[in-house]
Design a protein around this ligand. Structure first.
Ligand code: PMV
Ligand code: MG
Length: 357
């Protein structure tokens, strides 16, 4: 049996701006994983996941027609990951085989509720890793990232692919998104084998460390949100607010680059100041696009943490899911924050940043 895993992720800063090519975000990978196992079979295979039956499926309407949002279904990502790796394997002259696929995800709550920790990215990366091992393909993290990014892009289309980078590399990364149009055009005219060995315009992935004097607290609001729908709403509104949107991008870039220096210099104060700054920028984006990013529960989560000296903001697309607080490593402060979160129905998730890859 062949097994591979990929971690869940959490955005620390840079959300929404990072969807645009050339704009950065800082993303942490967590000690919760999706594990994919493959067992060789003959003539046919099975696909089994502990999340197929109980994951929340988002639906919407298009021209009044009920439509399931396939971007929230793990199955689509698994199929796309398999297709991409097998295309690559064939280009390298490998013979395709049959296997049973077993997917085990720790990235949703026990009731199957979505935490927003990047399960679709993790399942994509874990499937790509497992299949590359299965076919004996020599791959490093850069190739795993690129195959997974293409597989993910083909299903979701509108994300930054930062979650794919986090699930591939582990730890904390400074990430700048590549030019997605370049990738899509290249896919029309070049073989996958060639594209994944080329440098991708704008793409940057660098490792960072959280200062040892600090703790990252993750609060879960209990309400799931659809990232792709929120990103779509922002994309629609930004075309009506070109100047404000362009200022948002410039300021977000400055903020994330300062924050990056805070990580490099082990300076918690700088990181905290920029977390607060990024929260303000995201709230401004929310106001001029009229899209709810920081929900009342997320505001409460942030305000409680700030009251006890932490810096706090939403994590990811907002609209629900999680918020984060970065705080000094002081047990009494941490206790006060988590107690008050609990009284307000905000669950502290017992997760740690992990550098496992
Ligand atoms: O809600 P999440 O954790 O999936 O994060 C989304 C972050 C965005 O920047 C809003 C979108 C993206 O693809 O980067
Ligand atoms: Mg989210």
């Amino acid at each position: 049996m062949i097994t591979a895993k990929a971690s869940g992720k959490l955005y620390l800063a840079g959300e929404y701006a990072v969807v645009e090519k050339g704009y950065p975000a800082i993303i942490a990978s967590l000690n919760k994983f999706v594990t994919v196992s493959l067992t060789q079979t003959k003539n046919e295979g099975t696909l089994n996941s502990n999340r197929f039956t109980d994951t929340l499926i988002h639906w919407t309407r298009e021209n009044d027609k009920f439509q399931i949002d396939v971007r929230d279904s793990q199955l689509e990502f698994i199929i796309s990951a398999i297709n991409c790796v097998e295309t690559y394997a064939k280009q390298l002259g490998k013979e395709l085989n049959f296997y049973d696929i077993d997917v085990e995800s720790e990235l949703d709550s026990d009731e199957g509720k979505k935490y927003g920790l990047g399960s679709s990215a993790a399942v994509t990366v874990a499937t790509v890793r497992a299949l590359c091992k299965y076919y004996g393909l020599e791959v490093d993290n850069s190739i795993i990232f690129k195959i997974s990014a293409i597989a993910h892009l083909k299903v979701q289309g509108n994300g930054s692919l930062g979650d794919i980078a986090s699930s591939t590399y582990g730890g904390i990364i400074y990430y700048i998104s590549p030019d997605k149009n370049w990738i899509l055009e290249a896919l029309h005219s070049e073989e996958l084998n060639k594209i994944i060995h080329e440098p991708w315009p704008n793409l940057v992935i660098e490792k960072l460390n959280l200062p040892t004097t600090s703790r990252l607290l993750i609060g879960w609001t209990g309400s799931p949100a659809s990232t792709s729908i929120l990103v779509e709403q922002i994309a629609y509104s930004k075309s009506q607010q070109k100047e404000l949107y362009s200022n948002f991008l410039t300021e977000s870039k400055q903020c994330i680059n300062h924050m990056k220096q805070g990580f490099i210099n082990n300076n918690l104060k700088v990181i905290q100041d920029e977390v607060i700054n990024n929260r303000r920028l995201l709230n401004e984006l929310s106001t001029f696009t009229n899209v709810t990013i920081e929900t009342p529960t997320l505001t409460q989560l942030c305000d409680i943490a700030i009251k006890y000296g932490a810096a706090a903001k939403i994590s990811g697309a907002g609209g629900g899911d999680c918020g984060i607080a970065i705080v000094e490593n002081d047990d009494s402060k941490i206790q006060q924050i988590t107690n008050e979160w609990k009284t307000n129905n905000i669950t502290l998730l017992d997760l740690k940043i992990t550098d496992w890859s």
